[in-house]
Design a binder for this molecule. Sequence first.
Ligand code: HEM
Length: 559
Amino acid sequence: MHYHQGVCRPGAHPYHLCDVPTDAEINGRIPSSTYVATIPAIHRMATYNIVLSFLSVVFAYIGFTQYRNHKRKEEENKAVAERHGCLPATRLQNQRPWGIDRLEQIFRADAESRLMELFLFHFRQTGSTLEQKFLGTKAYGTIEPANLEAIFSSNFKDFGIGPRRAITFPMFGDGIFTQEGPAWKHSRDLLRPQLQHKQYEDLEVFEEAVDDLIDLLKKETEGGGVIDLQPLFFRLTLDITTAFLFGESVRSLVTPEAAGERTFANAFNTAQQWVTKRFRLLDLYWLVNGKEFRQACDDVQTFADSLIDRNLSPKRARSEKKGKYVFLDTIAQNYSDRSALRGQIINLLAAGRDTTACLLSWTFFLLIRHPSVLQKLRDEIDSVCGTTPGLTRSVLRKMPYLQNVLNETLRLYPSLPVNTRTAIRTTVLPVGGGPDGTSPVLVPKGSALAFSVYSMHRRPDLYGMDAELFRPERWEEEMPMQKDHTKHKWGFLPFHGGPRICLGMDFALTEAGYTVVRILQEFQSIRLPEGEPVELVGVEKQQMTLVISIKDGCMVKLQ
Ligand code: HEM
């Protein structure tokens, strides 16, 4: 068969596929398959060659431009490094190409519930600042107070939240945690008046939820029983957060089903676990996006919608009557569309619920394993207020040992133990480079930077040789870090610092202090149940999502 020019059959196109063999084909001189390459095919090949040549030129140009830009950036970075006297930080060694082994280590340690131990081990290997290959790109890590001061405060403008927005967006939506620039500032301005201490000075906002908790504990442990406090603290902080921010509590401690708490709590935990996995892949986060994740995000959003519907109904005008600032009312006036409102709510639920629930769980976990600390705390409560009802914030402030217990718990178990930022322009960390770790370190634009306050808070050179021990008394003594102004100011950062410092710091400490005192006032005996393990601090199994909780819960024996 061949292409034929001219008409060989009546009605045939002058330029058609002809199945009448030519003489040459019959004689076998030209194989018919070769003969197919006639004029149109040659045209096609020519066009193909031109396109190919053109694309080669384009790709070569792009490649060259990228190489030139890369070289130019390298030159610029080199100049910045020279100007500041930067030296590289110690490299955390990889055993496999692309730093794949790091990811394996992280997933394995997490499956064994000891991820923080792995990070501690890394910093012990390298010193307080390190660089590493992570999925083929260079990333940095630090637990050095001077560097944290630069990240949070003096060089705040050089760092952004990086892929955090994209990673968490399906769950968090648009809100204070996922925003930057003017949108973030606007959210912060709206929230700030709500979190001024005059809004909760009388502690009334905590009272109903703590009453509910105590009633539940009494009912469940009548005559002395064992109970896991951790899930109850998650319900307590949900009730307090909803009461405080939205004007009405969901009262999940009383009716978890009606409050939708179980669905919400499960969905929230599931979604957070997925988000955590996405964080570990940084720029490759989109690889982790299963159906379970999407369903959990939908459920979280449905719960937020139910809060909006319940609390913005025309019937509800209590907040105005009491003259209190109710955040939900303010954001409803500021954001007309539902998804913006929903995003703000989910962000605040995340901020207010899990962090404080973890603090309370770890506090009791530590107290029942350190009976002398528990007794000292009871003595302080007895001397300041006994069992008199009507606690206020100023009464709590007369209990320094209580504050020390909370500080010591947050030192060993900061609710957000690791976090990241991304350099939005080439910048410099003041220390961590060179063989002795005292030279500045260059952080090129686009680099990821992780910091672990969990690891920093366990440094013996900051807290003393017994830094691994739970000892609230250290807060009354002079600690090694106090000899250096920067270390003193930036060596304890459970709430971070600088312009993005936690807005709920005082609220959370007041909430936790109030809850601890009320529980101790109510139950004369709180002990470690028989058979519960007592391990070295930090060796117990930990559950890591965005926050750090206790893998096996906080079992207590109450009387
Ligand atoms: C023990 C309890 C708490 C701890 C340890 C804690 C810790 C933190 C930390 C470390 C951040 C900084 C996150 C970052 O910049 O990446 C933060 C931010 C924030 N926290 Fe807390 N938090 C606690 C409780 C609360 C509570 C109860 C609220 C509100 C009711 C709250 C509201 C916020 C808000 C709104 C932000 C965002 C600030 C911003 O990005 O500008 N926090 N918190």
